[in-house]
Write a protein that binds this ligand. Structure first.
Ligand SMILES: [Zn+2]
Length: 434
């Protein structure tokens, strides 16, 4: 399956420590890893050569917060405030989810991720063994985290399922699938339940994936109920002893931000979802200035309503400039890092993915840059953040395997997929209406 690949004469945006861009360079891949950046090593024999002329090659994008299977709920509940959206529309539908909804929803999401140049995603959901199965088959890389909450009497069963997922899937699919635990939030998990989750995470050496400081009401409720902010509460419970990715992080005080920095917590910024639900704008530049790692995510397709990391990059840059009243805030170079190497750091995978460097996994995307909206070529990094579209991604490679070539998916039958997704969505709506 893994062949020696050579991409010839491309623009290589490496996102290495010096943000190097190599013009007219070759990228060599062997045994699933990058073996040459700029030039192929001596004696390298390619089984396949891809023409890189007019193309930009960069590390695969890393979506650090999503609920992949929610693609079936895309455009199901829109133009609603966060709480009625979640509690009156999404949750009632999720109560009727069966394994096939999760599987087909994930398959649809995987096709969208590949098409948009995302090679690794960080998920929080239910029945994830079916998502793991789809990931293994279709070739992406994923960190899957079973969603946990104990506000409705399901706490023990959900934790059992999440732990079983870890024991069955962590490190599987040639290491492409890894597993963490996802306490939904401090507001849907009681302190004793959070302690129990932490214990399981520490026992297994896995990380946490949690929603944090997404709405103003979440902060006000936490102060009223517990006398501390959600970030303080998680810190005091010891949650940050394990690697933690906190999604959203919109309402974080300076003291909260210090707790995140000291705990090595990464914030997954989801600008599209945050704007659509009118939740707010995360203080990304301030977090970075305070030494907090910030990565990028789409959140689920029910609140975005797509899984397009190019759109998130664009929004992230523009929002910080306005939030700070400073056009120099969050430059393109930093945004691209959030979508790649900082995402890898959030998942503690920076030794393996997130940049084009010799020795790393060959998770690589190739952009077709010979198009009117991408010409002329002054600065390839600005091009990626401000001008490029997800549909410009032509070829996607994960661990040296080509998952899409010249816009044709190689591991998913797209025609039958769309029919399956439509039928499965109808079945879910029928079950919910009964
Ligand atoms: Zn979310």
């Amino acid at each position: 399956m893994s062949v020696n690949l050579l991409i010839r004469q491309a623009t290589l945006v490496t996102v290495n420590a010096r943000d190097e861009v190599v013009e007219n360079g070759d990228l060599a891949i062997a045994a699933g890893r990058i073996v040459g950046v700029g030039t192929a090593p001596a004696g390298f024999a390619a089984d396949r050569v891809l023409d890189g002329r007019g193309r930009i090659v960069l590390p695969g994008l890393i979506n650090t917060h999503t609920h992949l299977s929610m693609t079936l709920m895309r455009n199901y509940a829109d133009d609603l405030a966060f709480w009625p959206w979640l509690l009156e529309r999404i949750k009632p539908l999720e109560d009727h989810l069966v394994a096939d909804d999760v599987r087909i929803g994930a398959r649809l999401g995987l096709a969208e991720l590949i098409r948009g140049g995302t090679t690794c995603f960080h998920d929080m959901y239910f029945h994830l063994e079916h998502v793991a199965d789809e990931v293994a088959r279709t070739g992406l890389r994923a960190r899957l985290c079973g969603a946990l909450f104990d506000n409705s009497g399901q706490g023990a069963a959900l934790l059992r399922a999440a732990v079983d997922l870890h024991d069955a899937w962590h490190g599987k699919a040639d290491g492409r699938v890894t597993v963490g635990l996802a306490p939904h939030s401090a507001y849907l998990c009681s302190p004793p339940y959070l302690r129990e989750i932490l214990q399981e995470a520490e026992r297994r050496g896995c990380g946490l994936h949690v929603h944090l400081a997404e709405t103003e009401r979440e902060i006000a409720d936490s102060l009223e109920r517990h006398g501390v902010t959600p970030a303080q509460q998680l810190a005091e419970l010891g949650c940050f002893r394990v690697p933690t990715v906190a999604a959203h992080g919109i309402y974080l005080s300076e003291a909260d931000q210090r707790l995140l920095r000291d705990g090595g917590v990464s914030v997954a910024h989801n600008p599209g979802s945050n704007l659509k639900l009118a939740n707010g704008i995360a203080p990304v530049q301030q977090l970075l200035d305070n030494g907090v790692n910030v990565s990028l995510g789409t959140d689920g397709a029910a609140s975005n309503n797509n899984l397009n990391m190019f759109e998130e990059m664009h929004l992230a840059a523009l929002l910080q400039k306005w939030l700070r009243r400073d056009a120099e805030a969050l430059p393109a170079r930093e945004v691209l890092r959030m979508a790649t190497i900082r995402g890898a750091q959030a998942l503690k995978l920076e030794a393996e993915i997130g940049s084009l460097e010799v020795g790393k996994q060959a998770d690589v995307i190739v952009l077709d840059a010979a198009q009117p909206h991408l010409a002329p070529r002054h600065d390839p990094v600005a091009l990626l953040v401000y001008s490029a579209q997800a549909a410009d991604v032509a070829t996607v490679i994960v661990a040296g395997r080509i998952l899409m070539e010249d816009r044709v998916l190689q591991t998913i039958d797209e025609a039958s997929l769309l029919a399956q997704a439509t039928a499965q969505t109808r079945s879910l709506l029928d079950r919910a209406a009964r």
